[in-house]
Design a protein around this ligand. Structure first.
Ligand code: SF4
Length: 315
């Protein structure tokens, strides 16, 4: 099967101990069957430690987190003891894959990097070139592409091209994206959106404080953005949401909701960012990136939260 990835995909490298929001903290890590079996055959002290720290109390084997919510194999230097002892081949598939995601089609698989990882955020939002997909295995011939997939790929590319039309202001591009896809964006104030987001399930307590700050804005607009770096970050962000979330419209038919969700996500991230900086301040990339990461963890990675938002964006 042919695999397509964004052109930046292979530049990703986990920053390990330098990561402030390590993915081995705060998430339960399930272990796939193959790796579980592999762990059963590791001999010696480390093999025993591995097995002692796995539980299948909820039906799926997983590592038992420490009282501090850390993976038991994340050492005090924030390095992975499994890699140190067994090499990368010792990782379970979730750890090996993170922060990658996949969308499966009949004619191809698409892989991307998720914004829940701060290094992926940095990589994606600082790409100055336009988003392009590249074929990983160039020697493979494209298999037959069913007509409905052809239609989907053409439609998605058209939407992405609209967002990447750099001769136009960003606000014009988003209006065109909504218009050409026949998407209605509901008239709600930032305060109303803040209330909706506050009613969703939350992970980090800081997220609540950040959402409260949204209530100070009267309306959403991208009309006066002039900073080029900010404009690029917003463009890459919108394209990321379209690339990642539009594909599942094939299963639920919620195309317009998914486009509205992409636009809403960019508005929320941008206004959360504005609430943190002083007026007239130059673009603070690290602040923008941290809000993006947090949004991804709180909203995008929760099927429950995205479904509720799709309902609010129903066409
Ligand atoms: S969040 Fe990303 S950079 Fe941080 S430890 Fe995980 S994969 Fe590495």
């Amino acid at each position: 099967m042919t695999t397509y990835v964004p052109s930046y995909y292979h530049a990703f490298q986990c920053i390990a101990e330098k990561c402030r929001h390590n993915c081995c903290i705060g998430w339960e890590i399930d272990i796939d069957v193959q790796t579980y079996d592999f762990y059963q055959n590791i001999s010696g002290k480390f093999g025993r430690k591995l097995r002692d720290n796995i539980s299948d109390s909820e039906g799926v084997p997983h590592f038992v987190l420490t009282p501090e919510d850390r993976c038991p194999f994340l050492n005090e230097r924030n390095l992975c003891d499994i890699i140190l002892n067994l090499g990368e081949k010792g990782l379970c598939s979730i750890c090996r894959d993170h922060p990658r995601f996949r969308n499966f089609f009949d004619s191809r698989t698409e892989e991307g990097l998720g914004l829940c990882c701060e290094e992926a955020v940095r990589l994606i939002l600082t790409q100055s070139g336009k988003f392009t997909l590249i074929q990983q295995d160039m020697d493979m011939l494209d298999p037959f592409c069913p007509a409905e997939e052809e239609v989907f790929f053409r439609f998605r590319q058209k939407m992405i091209d609209i967002v990447q039309e750099r001769s136009k202001p960003f606000s014009v591009r988003l209006s065109r994206l909504l218009r050409e896809s026949g998407t209605n964006f509901p008239h709600k104030s930032p305060r109303q959106w803040a209330e909706i987001f506050l009613s969703l399930e939350r992970l980090e307590s800081e997220w609540k404080e950040r959402l409260e700050a949204l209530k100070t804005f009267a309306y959403f607009s991208f009309a006066d953005i002039t900073d080029q770096r900010l404009m690029i970050a917003l463009e890459q962000l919108t394209v990321y949401f379209l690339f990642r979330h539009l594909a599942d419209g094939r299963y639920d038919g919620r195309w317009q909701e998914r486009i509205a969700f992409s636009v809403l996500s960019v508005f929320i991230i941008y206004y959360l960012y504005l609430s943190q900086i002083k007026q007239g301040e130059t673009f603070q990339f690290s602040e923008f990136a941290e809000i993006t990461r947090m949004y991804s963890v709180e909203i995008e990675y929760s099927d429950e939260n995205t479904e509720i938002l799709f309902d609010h964006l129903q066409q």
